[in-house]
Design a protein around this ligand. Sequence first.
Ligand code: FE
Length: 230
Amino acid sequence: MSRDGQKIDRRKFLKGAAVGAAAVSSTAISNAQDQESADHQHAPSDIALRVKALETVLTEKNLVDPSVLDEVVDRYENRIGPQNGAKVVAKAWVDSDYKARLLDDGTAAIGELDLLGTEGEHMVVVENTAEVHNLVVCTLCSCYPWPTLGLPPTWYKSSAFRARAVIEPRAVLREFGLEVSDETEIRVWDSTAEMRYLVLPRRPEGAEDMNESELADVVTRDSMIGVAIL
Ligand code: FE
C-alpha cells in the first residue's frame, strides 16, 4: 500500500473512531471491522486500540496535528531502521579511511551520512575482531540508537536481557545461537541517554566481491547490537 494510501486509511480510522476512548466497545470494533477492506481483517491489539482512541481524542481537541503524527509514523515505519546502521557498516567495510573516522568519532562519521537524530545524538562505534566481540545493552532501561537501528526489539528492553548481558554475556549470546569461544574477549557496553553504541561486525567470509550496496543488504540489526555475527 502506498504512503498516501496509509495516510488516507489513518484518517478514515480517525474519523470512524470518533466515538472516543471511553466508547470503544467490542461492538463498535466489530462494526468498524466489517466496513474495512480485506487487509484489515484482524482486530487491533488492546494497546493499539488505546493508542488510536487517545490519538482521536487529542486530534479532536486540536492538541495534536494528524499530519505530524503521520510524519512520525512514516519516519519510523519506512525511513528509520537498521538499514541505516547497515549503510554505516558497509561503508566502513569498503572505505578504510571512513572506518578509521568511524571508530575514532562515531558521532561525526555517522553524521557524514546524515544519520544522526533523536535518541542517537552521541554515538560510539565498537569493532568486532578475531579477539574481541562487543555486545550492547542498556542496563537501566532501553537506550538504543534509534536513527541507525530503529526502535529497540522487545527482548532488548526485557529485564532478563538487561541484567544477564553484563553478568553472563557468554550464556546470553549462546541463547541467541551465538557461541563465542573462550579465547574471544566479550566487551559489554552499557548504553545511556548520553551515549549510544553501534557494533561494527566483522565482514562475513564470502563477501569479498560485494559492493557497498550489496554488503549493506547482509548486515543485520542483531549483528549491530552484538547478539549475532554475520
Ligand atoms: Fe536506557
